[in-house]
Design a protein around this ligand. Structure first.
Ligand code: F6P
Length: 332
């Protein structure tokens, strides 16, 4: 039987990010000339044929919701040839013409792997709170995670001030310091520890303690906040707080923000970015494009090859890092 309408499939993969629902909504509404299918639980849905039809009504009133209505998951099995072949066969059986993958660089590696075995169009939309995807100024979810973590860190400052205590606030970002740097600058943290400033294998406790001590010698007793990316210190913020307490003999507490940064209603900037990218992804498909990631650069839609987005890690703006160092060196 011949197919009358082209079919676009969507999936969300990897760590969920606030704004993924806004991207699903925008892509579904823009694809009014297509049939839209949503695969559940990331790439697992392609392997298990776990999918639903998405109509306009299914995406109504989800723009403000965190998480993802399609659910998300990591799928380590997807790097195996056999899995990509099964996924390719299932997509062909379902007569899917194009697939939109909303996720981070790991998800794009999965999409590139699939592209070796499936001839349909594949488009990526960057969605991760880490903001570490090359080819886009921001990823969907970053703005919201930043606001959530900043709000929490401001609250920590109040109690830190009251007790004149040192706090280590651990934020997400396994391999990248976008969250740590941005939150550190925005909350006026005394120190930032992130992979771009301190490679985890060269963790320099002495420099960190010296700064705490010299600041305290200058200012007297006062609150002092260190914003640290997860994985920067091998045993985590709690262990580092213990160590600092023992070494300097001053009350030091740790607050690990964890997955709270991934939840919540997306802020306006994430909703708008997701809406732009969802629509642009469908337009790219309509114009025959494939193996691209659709991002935003300096306010304009930007397309880069998906394999570039999956292999080149975006690095934290060096101006931000310099600013951080400058401010800290001159902090009274
Ligand atoms: O999605 C990115 C991220 O939130 C990282 O910042 C964090 O390291 C990781 O996901 C946590 O993953 P999981 O939820 O699988 O533990």
């Amino acid at each position: 039987m011949t197919k009358l309408v082209k079919k676009i499939a969507l999936l969300t993969s990897g760590g969920d990010a606030p704004g993924m629902n806004a991207a699903i909504r925008s892509a579904t509404l823009t694809a009014h000339d297509y049939e839209v299918i949503g695969y559940k639980h990331g790439f697992n849905g392609l392997l298990d044929q776990d999918c639903i039809v998405l109509n306009d009504a299914d995406v109504r009133h989800i723009i403000h919701q965190g998480g993802t209505i399609l659910k998300s998951a990591r799928c380590p099995a997807f790097s195996e040839v056999q899995s990509s072949k099964i996924a390719a066969e299932n997509l062909s059986k379902n007569q899917i013409d194009a697939l939109i993958v909303i996720g981070g660089d790991g998800s794009f590696r999965g999409a590139c792997h699939l592209a070796q075995y499936w001839s349909g169009q594949i488009i990526g939309i960057p969605g991760t709170i880490d903001n570490d995807v090359d080819g886009t100024d921001h990823t969907i979810g970053f703005y919201t995670a930043m606001e959530t973590a900043l709000d929490a860190t401001d609250k920590i400052r109040d109690t830190a001030d009251a007790f004149e205590r040192i706090f280590i606030v651990e934020v997400m970002g396994r391999h990248s310091g976008f969250l740590a740097t941005s939150i550190g600058i925005a909350c006026g943290a005394e120190q930032i520890i992130c992979p771009e400033l301190h490679a985890p294998e060269h963790f320099d406790l002495q420099t960190i303690t010296q700064h705490v001590e010299s600041t305290r010698a200058r200012r007297g007793k006062s609150s002092y906040i260190i914003v640290m990316s997860e994985n920067s210190y091998p045993d985590g913020a709690v262990a580092l707080a213990h160590l600092l307490s023992e070494q300097i003999g001053i009350d030091c507490r740790a607050c690990v923000l964890g997955h709270i940064q991934r939840g919540g209603s997306p802020v306006a900037s994430d909703r708008i970015l997701a809406t732009k990218l969802g629509a642009a992804a469908v337009e790219a498909i309509a114009s025959g494009k494939s193996k691209l990631m659709i991002g935003e650069s300096q306010g304009a839609i930007a397309c880069i090859p998906l394999d570039q987005a999956s292999t080149h890690q975006k690095t934290v703006d060096t101006t931000l890092l310099k600013l951080q160092q400058h401010v800290f060196d001159h902090q009274g």
